[in-house]
Design a protein around this ligand. Structure first.
Ligand code: SME
Length: 156
């Protein structure tokens, strides 16, 4: 369904991230994704600044839920399992945390460095099943670029 050119997007993101600063780069990354991908209503970072808790970081969209423990929601599952969560229908997830009633599908990519969950990138869509496997692979590649080009400080 998606015809987006993730190889090109990745090159553009590489060029955009011209500092090594995590705050600048995370703000730029979520703004870039919001700008370039269609049908998104929220894109943002949650950071592990407290043990086993995701704290709201730079984002695009409505004010959001904070804090999110590792034990809760789709973001918590991504952090706990250190694995991308691709959810076609968030309403079918029992402990989904509804920040915005407009969200229907979601992709959450964990950001793990040396075994430590630095944070997650959470992307929400009002469209059901917005994210294909191709989108997942493309967005994981964007997150890999963010990680490669950014110094990720240990907050704990
Ligand atoms: N939907 C997420 C919560 C974060 S907001 O969508 C921004 C979850 O269940 O983890």
């Amino acid at each position: 369904m998606s015809t987006i050119n993730y190889t090109l997007l990745n090159r553009q993101l590489e060029a955009l991230l011209d500092t090594r600063d995590w705050l600048t780069n995370s703000a730029q990354t979520c703004a870039f994704i919001q700008q370039e991908l269609s049908e998104l209503n929220w894109v943002g970072f949650y950071l592990q600044r407290e043990a086993q808790v995701l704290c709201l970081g730079p984002f695009q969209g409505k004010p959001a839920c904070h804090p999110i423990p590792f034990s809760k929601g789709v973001c918590g599952a991504a952090a706990r399992e250190q694995a991308t969560q691709r959810v076609d229908d968030v309403h079918a997830v029992a402990d989904h945390i509804a920040c915005d009633a407009n969200s229907n599908s979601e992709l959450v990519v964990p950001i793990v460095t040396d075994g430590f969950v630095w944070g997650v990138l959470d992307i929400d869509s009002p469209q059901h099943a917005r994210f294909s496997q191709e989108d997942q692979a493309g967005i994981e590649a964007l997150v890999a670029t963010f990680m490669r080009q950014t110094d990720l400080p240990r907050f704990l």
